[in-house]
Design a protein around this ligand. Structure first.
Ligand SMILES: C[S@@+](CC[C@H](N)C(=O)[O-])C[C@H]1O[C@@H](n2cnc3c(N)ncnc32)[C@H](O)[C@@H]1O
Length: 385
């Protein structure tokens, strides 16, 4: 790493503090016999970027014993190493690398002695390269809900809570998804071609990265209502990475909304025509190399049954067609092909102008088929029993 930002804080500097150490003329002296923080500070602000923190020890007095070094934005520990004084390199420096996805106001480097550590701390150095950091979100970072991790009534509320709490209650996780390289790539390739909300896209990302790969059989993805094609592109980029062999199919008239039911639907015939250009969309998909994505043009009433026979098993259905008749047609046509445990994600029922979509979901999934949802935030998700 060629550092373009570097700080050095000598042991005498007030911003370096000690709990169990003693300040000598130009070192913080740590002796065996006391357990606790031998060093903390310097509370320096840092921009996002990749850094290394170094604790420099005086070479005249060999380090010994056990300690933990960490870098933190109290109370969040960003990186941590357990070290033995005897293993510190001959240059007398203990190093710890860390990445900051977001800027922070007060970075702390700490050395905690297990009671056996001794050494003379000369300085703390922090150096690195500011800039944006892309870091994959790990499954272990998702919240741990208190409900049991079991399938009940055909769905697993533990899975649902993990996703909805991650997106609704832990803003740092939503920010972290923004920096995940696979989310970024899918989001950037879909660009302005989708009107799906950012939170709903993030939930699709969580399902595609962590949950869909657990299905017991390979299966494909269908999107009912593709409009300018971006939602399907987003899912195809993720499927290419996380679901080998999976193909994505985007269904739409690509000529605007079909006739709607004036008693339940706020949307009217001909909506969603602006910005649609199927030939240009197909060219774009070819140019970005998405050979796992296909668009099927026509009213679902005509296209769904023959296409689904050709597609085979479905593991994920994104229902984003806004009106009652279309949701009903798409759900009933897909149901015989949906694998056990497969996902139904409804983009619309919570939208202010899509009560027709909500009614189809209530009538068919809840009342007729007796399903309960696995997730209600940021959109409804059901599982196929
Ligand atoms: C909200 S848009 C879809 C948004 C899209 N998923 C995205 O990523 O931006 C709804 C689409 O559903 C389509 N649609 C609704 N009913 C349909 C039907 N019966 N057959 C075909 N397309 C339909 C409309 O043409 C419209 O383009």
């Amino acid at each position: 790493m060629t550092a373009s930002l570097s700080y050095r804080f000598d042991a005498g500097d007030d911003c370096l503090r000690t709990g169990i150490g003693s300040r000598e003329s130009d070192v913080i002296r740590v002796t065996a016999g006391k357990r606790g923080h031998a060093l903390y500070g310097p509370y320096v602000p840092l921009p996002a970027g990749r850094y290394v923190a170094k604790v420099r020890f005086a070479r005249e007095r060999a380090c010994k014993g056990g300690a933990t070094i960490d870098v933190c934005n109290n109370p969040v520990i960003l990186a941590q190493h357990v070290l033995r004084g005897e293993d510190i390199a001959s240059d007398g420096v203990a190093r710890i690398e860390f990445a900051l996805p977001d800027p922070l106001g007060a970075l702390e480097v700490r050395l905690y002695s297990d009671g056996s550590f001794c050494g003379d701390i000369e300085a703390v150095e922090i150096a690195g390269v500011p800039g944006s950091v892309e870091e994959p979100l790990e499954f272990s970072e998702l919240p741990t809900p208190r409900v049991e991790n079991v399938v009940l009534k055909g769905r697993n509320l533990h899975d649902g809570y993990q996703r909805s709490m991650a997106l609704g209650l832990f803003p740092h996780l939503a920010r972290k998804i923004d920096k995940d390289p696979d989310y970024r790539q899918a989001r950037d390739i879909a660009g302005q071609r989708t009107i799906v909300s950012e939170n709903n896209l993030k939930n699709l990302f969580l399902i595609f990265k962590f949950f869909l790969p657990r299905l017991s059989q390979p299966a494909h993805v269908v999107e009912w209502g593709s409009y300018m094609g971006g939602g399907a592109i987003f899912m195809a980029v993720l499927a290419r990475k996380f679901l080998p062999g999976c193909r994505v199919y985007g269904f739409d008239t690509f000529k605007g909304m079909p006739p709607t039911d004036a008693q339940v639907d706020q949307h009217g015939a001909g909506g969603f025509l602006d910005g649609v250009n199927l030939n240009e969309l197909r060219r774009y998909v070819r140019d970005v190399g998405l050979d796992n994505l296909e668009y099927v043009q026509g009213d679902f009433a005509d296209t769904a049954a023959p296409a689904l026979r050709r597609i085979g098993p479905v593991g994920f259905a994104h229902l984003d067609c806004d009106i009652r008749s279309a949701i009903a047609c798409a759900y009933d046509a897909t149901r015989p092909h949906m694998v056990s445990g497969g996902y139904w994600a409804f983009d619309d029922p919570l939208a202010p102008d899509c009560l027709g979509a909500a009614e189809a979901m209530e009538d068919l999934l809840v009342r007729r088929d007796g399903l309960n949802c696995e997730q209600a935030f940021p959109h409804f998700v059901f599982r196929q029993p």
